[in-house]
Design a protein around this ligand. Structure first.
Ligand SMILES: Cc1cc2nc3c(=O)[nH]c(=O)nc-3n(C[C@H](O)[C@H](O)[C@H](O)COP(=O)(O)OP(=O)(O)OC[C@H]3O[C@@H](n4cnc5c(N)ncnc54)[C@H](O)[C@@H]3O)c2cc1C
Ligand code: FES
Length: 551
């Protein structure tokens, strides 16, 4: 009989048994949740710290590439190692239990802040780790829910959660259920969700925008900013004077903090973004947050970017109707074999992870400089992802310059290759944020070389046309044949090495590694990533763009 070893995971003390099989397989078989993805030693998702015990590396086939993920002396990859003795391991940044997302909360108080805005204060049955700017879902009957922002910093007090809720005409929650709530009543909450959160950039001057109860999302960010010694300016838009329902609080803040200013903007007098633009902020250096109506957010974003704000420094949440939507209905129609998701999968979680990955990509691209080596760029990207709060990368970060842009992702690259003044660059990120997988990649051009610019233009055209073909109902297989035809028609070649893949709550690898290009059904929304890699027919020039398939 083969020896079985006991593997203890600290600090939880949970254990599993492992024999000759890989530690990853043993842990999966035990039913414990495991961070993993590539299974070939490339992504580092399954990295653990060894605090006790002996292990040996997996025997590799003669032609198999060696695992390339860099490890410290006390680390191992579960997918590449076997236990030789009882062991004690730590998994940094990973909770063994699916994080408790659903909590019961007791209503503590309810009061009117204005004729149509109610403050609701509740105490959850266990503390919630909330980042400034996040929101919770209020569970209603039949699986329906409503989103409301947490308008305080629960960790600064006793853990209570404060909400500011506007009465919406005909609103099931705000007009009916909220009115009936009394102190002592119980609510079912889920979360926290949301990527419109404090960005931890202590140096940047902060500009805040809200319309109406968008203030609820902005207030915790304002409170966090006030703890730093930064310039903060807040523009609050409202239809009438009573919409500025925390005017007294803000006026006091102005007196207490020399670096804080706020401006109420009545709709009859103008729009928040116009007033802010007329004040001449240093947009190149600013960090902007916006919460409220979708119209305000899209216009503010466009105007701030035009004024010089880098795109990754605009962080926003639109307070749209949050009841059951057609998107939720669509999510219910996923294929039971190829489109499985994990227990914490949600549209909000996936969208927040996508938004954060898009921002991370913009931040990383803005730090690429001519003369930098690929190795230095990868190090910079890793630091950026960590600084933004990524717990893992479910696939390695790929950054490729020049000739390396035509290589498939699994092929090695030259870490000493330098970014040239006229160059083409591919960046592909696969971070995990709060248990959700992000995946976003794009191509960036340095200099004016017409072929580089043509590559990027055609790349985005092929992606957009293929996405439209998906909306018309094409299967995964058909999509890649279609993309290939479109690429060739435009004078480029589609590299079929990158053929699309699943995405979900981490780790989607639990549900197999089916490629989108092999899928014989129409892919559902929000569970697949469409990847397009183009190569020049003869020259070493390539481009890559990918995004989640979504409407
Ligand atoms: C991430 C997020 C955070 C939010 N945070 C807050 C918050 O802190 N405070 C707050 O007051 N609201 C917030 N909202 C908006 C709130 O979730 C919705 O207004 C919600 O639908 C209200 O629920 P209800 O049951 O009262 O109305 P529902 O029954 O959902 O809607 C009734 C009718 O009003 C329309 N409607 C509902 N909300 C809106 C809206 N915002 N704009 C235009 N039409 C609408 C609906 O389309 C429907 O016709 C947030 C929304 C999101 C997405
Ligand atoms: S390195 Fe082990 S799963 Fe990727």
């Amino acid at each position: 009989m083969h020896t079985r070893h006991v593997i203890e995971l600290s600090p939880s003390g949970k254990t599993f048994e492992a024999g000759d099989e890989l530690l990853l397989d043993a842990m999966l078989a035990s039913g414990l949740s495991v961070p993993f993805s590539c299974r070939r030693g490339a992504c580092g998702s399954c990295k653990v710290v060894v605090t006790q015990g002996q292990y040996r590396a997996k025997q590799l086939a003669p032609d198999a590439p060696a695992p390339c993920y860099p490890l410290a002396a006390n680390e191992l990859l579960l997918c590449q190692s076997h236990a030789c003795a009882d062991m004690r391991l730590e998994i940094p940044g990973w909770s063994l239990d699916t994080p408790a997302l659903e909590v019961e909360a007791t209503v503590l108080s309810k009061r009117a802040l204005s004729p149509d805005i109610i403050e609701l204060v509740v105490m959850p049955d266990r503390p919630l780790a909330v980042r400034a700017g996040q929101y919770l879902k209020f569970r209603l009957v039949d699986g329906d829910s409503r989103c409301f922002s947490i308008a305080n910093l629960p960790a600064d007090g006793d853990g209570r959660l404060v909400f500011q809720i506007r009465r919406v005409s005909g609103g099931l929650f705000s007009e009916t259920l909220l009115g009936d709530l009394e102190a002592g009543d119980l609510l079912q909450l889920e979360g926290p969700f949301g990527a419109c959160t404090w960005q931890d950039d202590d140096a940047a001057p902060v500009v805040l925008f809200a319309t109406g109860t968008g203030y609820a999302g902005i207030k915790p960010i304002l409170l966090t900013a006030m703890k730093r010694d930064v310039e903060v300016t807040f523009y609050w838009g409202g239809a009438q004077a009573t919409d500025f329902y925390e005017r007294a609080f803000l006026d006091k803040l102005v007196i207490d903090h020399a670096h804080f200013h706020w401006h109420p903007v009545l709709a009859t007098e103008g729009r928040v973004q116009d007033v802010a633009l007329s004040h001449g902020h240093n947009w190149e250096a600013a960090q902007v947050y916006a919460c409220g109506s979708g119209g305000m957010i899209s216009q503010t974003r466009a105007q701030c970017l035009a004024a010089g704000l880098p795109s990754h420094r605009f962080v926003a949440e639109a307070f749209v109707p949050s009841g059951r939507s057609s998107a939720d209905t669509l999510l219910g129609s996923r294929d039971g074999t190829w489109e499985k998701v994990g227990p914490r999968y949600s549209l909000d979680g996936m969208l927040a992870a996508r938004e954060k990955t898009v921002r991370a990509l913009a931040a990383i691209a803005s730090q690429l400089t001519v003369g930098m080596t690929t190795g230095a760029a990868l190090e910079m990207a890793s630091q950026q992802l960590q600084a933004m709060g990524a717990s893992h990368t479910w696939h390695p970060t790929y950054i490729r310059f020049g000739d390396d842009t035509v290589r498939p992702s699994r092929e090695g690259i030259d870490p000493l290759r330098r970014l040239r003044p006229s160059d083409i660059v591919v960046v592909d990120l696969g971070p995990v944020w709060d248990g959700y997988e992000g995946d976003y990649g794009d191509t960036f051009i340095f200099g004016e070389a017409p072929l580089h610019h043509d590559c990027r233009k055609v790349l985005h055209e092929v992606f957009d046309e293929t996405r439209e073909a998906w909306l018309r109902g094409m299967t995964g297989c058909e999509l890649y044949d279609f993309a290939e035809d479109r690429a060739v028609a435009k004078g480029w070649r589609l590299s079929r090495n990158l053929a699309g893949h699943r995405i979900a709550d981490f780790p989607h690898a639990l549900f197999g590694d089916k490629e989108l290009a092999d899928l014989e059904i129409t892919p559902s929304e929000m569970v697949w990533v469409l990847e397009i890699q183009l190569c020049h027919p003869t020259l070493p020039i390539g481009g890559f763009f990918e995004d989640i398939l979504m409407r």
